[in-house]
Write a protein that binds this ligand. Structure first.
Ligand code: SIN
Length: 345
């Protein structure tokens, strides 16, 4: 094993040396591996262990530590216990952590290409997203941020998003004047403004308290996130709109990745892909379990829409597409529409 190569700092790390040093004080090691020890992959994420991402991260650890026993160790830090998503993007670039799985929406500050995943009602279901991600236009997105120190290895699903709030949202008019927590995405901001709401970008770890204290009234998320992070306990109504997609880019620092011995990198790449296939099968099951448990709890009411109500929502949000077409690129939107069309055939 060439331990020397994968201990060195990336140029990004040197560039952000002060911030990197501070993070290093907190989590230790600044990404260095012991010269004679196994390669360490620190993998922080923000959701609970029982979520699609939590389970996929644990499975990745189990398989890696079985197949690369003694050579690679994976430390998974769930529930934001190590850092927020925003901080994890910086930590990856600086070499403080070696793997992340950040929501695609939160990549907005690094590239506009991923805005496609936030366009409301573009992807009707996870199968359509998967066809798009596997297309030539979709798969090239894995490399969209290599120049920024982030290399995508795979996409993992969480699920489709629903709206939660103090009122049933049968019509977009019900959203008027409500303060919505959103992820750090300009498309999601435009989406909420489009329906007359007041968007507030906020880290995932702050959402429960913000809902509880009334700092925000409403939010959008998947069933599994709303169940595992208990958002349903502080929301009277959850309206089943399936208006948007929540998924992840599983990413590494390209300097770290390329410094790994070839056989280890090849095995890790195989495992990431194997886990992605497994995770994408599990995500819908886990999401539906969350939905069933929320209904069973009776704490908040799940509202389902009629086809006409759903059409009203789609019509109300459609102008958001035009606002971001220029950023995203017409060819990417065309590829997503082709994935949708091929599912309809
Ligand atoms: C996640 O699923 O990783 C968090 C999404 C959010 O911030 O709402």
């Amino acid at each position: 094993m060439n331990s020397d190569k994968h201990t060195r700092f990336s140029p990004g790390c040197l560039h952000g040396a002060v911030i990197a040093f501070c993070i290093a004080l907190v989590i230790g090691g600044c990404g260095k591996q012991a010269d004679d020890g196994p390669i360490l992959i620190k993998f922080p994420h923000v959701t609970a262990p029982a979520t699609p991402k939590g389970q996929a991260a644990e499975r990745f650890k189990e398989i890696v530590e079985a197949r690369l026993a003694g050579r690679v160790v994976v430390e998974v830090y769930p529930s934001g216990q190590l850092m927020s998503d925003d901080d994890s993007l910086d930590a990856l670039v600086f070499g403080e952590v070696q793997m992340i799985a950040v929501s695609l929406s939160k990549l907005d500050r690094l590239t506009h290409r991923f805005q496609i995943f936030d366009l409301p009602f573009l992807f009707p279901d996870l199968a359509t997203v998967e066809r798009f991600q596997a297309s030539p236009e979709g798969s090239v997105l894995l490399d969209a941020m290599v120049d920024k120190g982030i290399l995508g290895l795979a996409f993992w699903h969480n699920g489709m998003k629903q709206f939660g709030g103090p009122v049933p949202m049968r019509s977009p008019m019900a959203a008027e004047g409500l303060k919505f927590r959103i992820m750090e995405s300009d498309v999601l901001q435009a989406q909420v403004l489009q329906i007359g709401g007041n968007p507030q970008k906020m880290a995932f770890g702050e959402v429960y308290q913000a809902l509880q204290t009334g700092a925000v009234d409403a939010q959008e998320n998947t069933w599994s996130n709303m169940y595992s992070s208990k958002f349903y306990e502080v929301q009277d109504y959850l309206t089943e709109t399936n208006h948007g997609y929540l998924g992840y880019l599983v990413a590494v620092n390209p300097d770290f990745w390329n410094s790994l011995p070839d056989d280890i990198r090849g095995e890790l790449d195989d495992i990431v892909k194997e886990v992605a296939a497994w995770a994408n099968e599990q995500s819908l099951i886990i999401d539906m379990e969350g939905r069933a448990k929320i209904i069973e709890s009776g704490v908040s009411e799940v509202v389902t829409l009629t086809p006409d109500e759903l059409t009203d929502w789609q019509d109300a949000m459609r102008p958001v597409w035009q606002k971001f077409e220029g950023n995203i690129g017409a060819e990417l939107i065309a590829a997503a529409l082709a994935a949708r069309q091929s599912g309809a055939n």
